[in-house]
Design a protein around this ligand. Structure first.
Ligand code: C2E
Ligand code: MG
Ligand code: MG
Length: 566
């Protein structure tokens, strides 16, 4: 190669290297030009570059074929340069041709051509790999944009100053596992696609939906589209057959964050976190299917995590106290029993069970608390016995949440016995819950306790999803009728009728019957009329501190209204 030609080659090579230095800016035109120049420099008649998505696509010839250069002088194949890009297994291949009438390449020329083409292909394939990586990084296996894509979109919107006036949502399709089971996976995929399309339509051609994972999605849209989108999320018939003759009703729970005008964007994760929290509340906390994010949600989460964090210390510091609410015989005004109710005393502050029990029920902390409460109650009873007071049976609440994870009876009995409390003074209250299907376990636990002379009560009867089976199948001693079922003047009619039959049924089955939440004289009258003799409620007393309760243990009698015959 003479020096002038060598120089031309060097310039061409330098230009090629130059265009490769910026990996992020792959300029296709530049490469087409380069290949054109290379073909001309080496007097080639044609150069073809092919891209295939996989080895089998290459075999079948299914790919993108680019003819980069063809001067029409006919062909004699001289070289094939081929690279497979891992891990995607895409193939990139350049084939070069030389016309029969042109001179053959010298060895030196061939080496130079070889070097150039290999460098080029390697660069293009790296670039190609990048786009494959991009595809993997920004889309999920169904081709939906994923959370990375979504984050990038939020970042770009922020850079362009477009975030304000937008709302971000995260939604979960309800019962989708069941729907998938019913219609099959393939139809399930069609349902998702059609549902998302319906939502997209309501987003007026702007915005973005991405798949967060499984049947969870996130979307960003203009504020004014939200109302229409929510209509679809509330429930929409989605067809899943080609001719649209079969459809299924799909709805979603949704968390919403409308970006406030004074919102300071830090990172996409902050926005995603907010909708995630609201979406979780919508999905799991039964606070309604649509939850708007606001700062009080964060406050609540913080409170919950504080409860969990301080629980162990609070136990150690004896901050949980047992309060006692008397159960009263409404004929005589005598205290015939009491319910132990937990109070968390933090300094001067009293925290009620509704503020911490549901949180402790999320893990087995509640069992620890229940055992602790039983121990305190037993210690109180033991002391009363030693002081020679008149003792009544005390009931302790047991959370049903974890009752079936392990059998608690042995431990309960151990606590009672270690405190040397006669079993007849203890009763356990178990609420009926909707997930309560393990009748067998429940029956074993109640039977074991009853065999040991310990009473068991169904708590809150009437408000849960109790079935009559629960009453028939499980050996109870006591039925506590929830206060929602105790008639008041306002809800007299049907409630009174139901109350009457529940009491009659309980009595016919030999169960002791207690009405909870009795607050008025009128209610006492109704109890009397219906033969429900024991009541617990503010009419008599609120839950009392141990000192207050103790003071009433020796023969205290409540004044029962005059109309009650003695
Ligand atoms: P529960 O077992 O049904 O207890 C009765 C609840 O009704 C108590 O609320 C009591 O203060 C309240 N109450 C009593 N009389 C009246 C009335 O006349 N009117 C009204 N409006 N309310 C009345 P509290 O003490 O806030 O306890 C709430 C729930 O927390 C209890 O419902 C029980 O399920 C649970 N709980 C309390 N202590 C414990 C415990 O140590 N362990 C477990 N697992 N749960 C507990
Ligand atoms: Mg109770
Ligand atoms: Mg109750």
């Amino acid at each position: 190669m003479d020096s002038k030609r060598e120089q031309t080659y060097n310039i061409l090579f330098a230009r090629m290297i130059d265009s490769m230095t910026d990996l992020n800016d792959f300029d296709r035109e530049e490469f087409i030009w380069l290949l054109y120049e290379i073909c001309r420099f080496f007097d080639l008649s044609k150069g073809v570059t092919e891209f295939y998505d996989s080895l089998s696509a290459e075999k079948d010839g299914r790919g993108e074929i680019m003819i980069d250069y063809d001067d029409g002088r006919g062909e004699g194949k001289i070289a094939v340069f081929r690279r497979t890009v891992t891990p995607s297994k895409t193939v990139i291949k350049s084939t070069l041709y030389k016309s029969a009438d042109s001179e053959n390449l010298t060895d030196d020329e061939y080496r130079k051509l070889d070097l150039m083409l290999k460098a080029m292909l390697s660069f293009i394939s790296r670039n190609r790999l990048q786009s494959v990586v991009e595809k993997l990084a920004f889309y999920d296996e169904f081709g939906y944009p994923n959370i990375n894509y979504f984050s990038r979109e939020l970042e770009m919107m922020n850079e362009k100053g477009e975030l304000h006036g937008h709302t971000v949502i995260q939604f979960n399709l309800r019962h989708f596992a069941l729907i998938n089971k019913e219609v099959g996976r393939a139809a399930g995929d069609i349902i998702i696609r059609n549902y998302l399309n319906a939502i997209k339509e309501r987003m007026g051609g702007t915005g973005l939906i991405c798949r967060v994972g499984g049947d969870n999605f996130a979307a960003v849209m203009k504020n004014e589209c939200l109302e229409n989108v929510l209509r679809i999320l509330a429930g929409f018939p989605v067809s899943y057959t080609p001719d649209g003759d079969k459809s299924i009703f799909i709805s979603a729970s949704v968390g919403i964050f409308t970006i406030p005008d004074d919102y300071v964007f830090e990172r996409p994760g902050d926005i995603l976190n907010k909708v995630y929290i609201a979406a979780q509340d919508a999905r799991y906390e039964f606070k309604g299917p649509v939850i708007y994010y606001n700062e009080s949600i964060i406050f609540e989460k913080e409170r919950q995590s504080n409860v969990r964090r301080y629980f162990a210390d609070a136990l150690k510091n004896n901050e949980f106290k047992s309060f006692y609410q008397p159960k009263v015989d409404i004929l005589t005004g005598k205290i015939v029993g009491a319910e132990a109710l937990c109070r968390w005393m933090i300094g001067e502050k009293t925290v009620l069970p509704s503020d911490f029990i549901p949180i402790l029920e999320q893990n087995t902390d509640i069992c620890t608390l229940d055992f602790y409460m039983l121990d305190r109650v037993c210690k109180d009873i033991r002391r009363w016995l030693d002081q020679g007071r008149n003792i009544v049976r005390v009931s302790v609440n047991l959370s049903r949440k974890h009752l079936f994870d392990f059998d608690p009876t042995e431990h309960l009995l151990k606590i009672i016995d270690e405190n040397r409390v006669p079993h007849r003074y203890i009763e356990f209250e178990l609420t009926e819950t909707m997930t309560d299907v393990k009748f067998g376990d429940l029956k074993r636990i109640t039977s074991t306790l009853r065999d040991k002379d310990i009473s068991v009560a169904v708590d809150d009867f009437g408000i849960g999803y109790s079935s009559l089976n629960l009453i028939r199948e499980i050996p109870w001693d006591v039925l506590k009728i929830d206060r929602a079922f105790v008639p008041t003047e306002e809800n007299y009619g049907v409630t009174e009728l139901m109350f009457r039959y529940v009491v009659a049924m309980a009595q016919a089955m030999g169960l002791e019957c207690i009405a909870e939440g009795v607050e008025t004289e009128k209610q006492l009258e109704i109890l009397m009329d219906n033969n429900c003799r024991i009541a617990q409620g503010f009419f008599f007393d609120k839950p009392l501190s141990v000192d207050e309760f103790e003071a009433k243990l020796n023969g205290f009698t409540y004044k029962v209204p005059g109309f009650i015959a003695m």
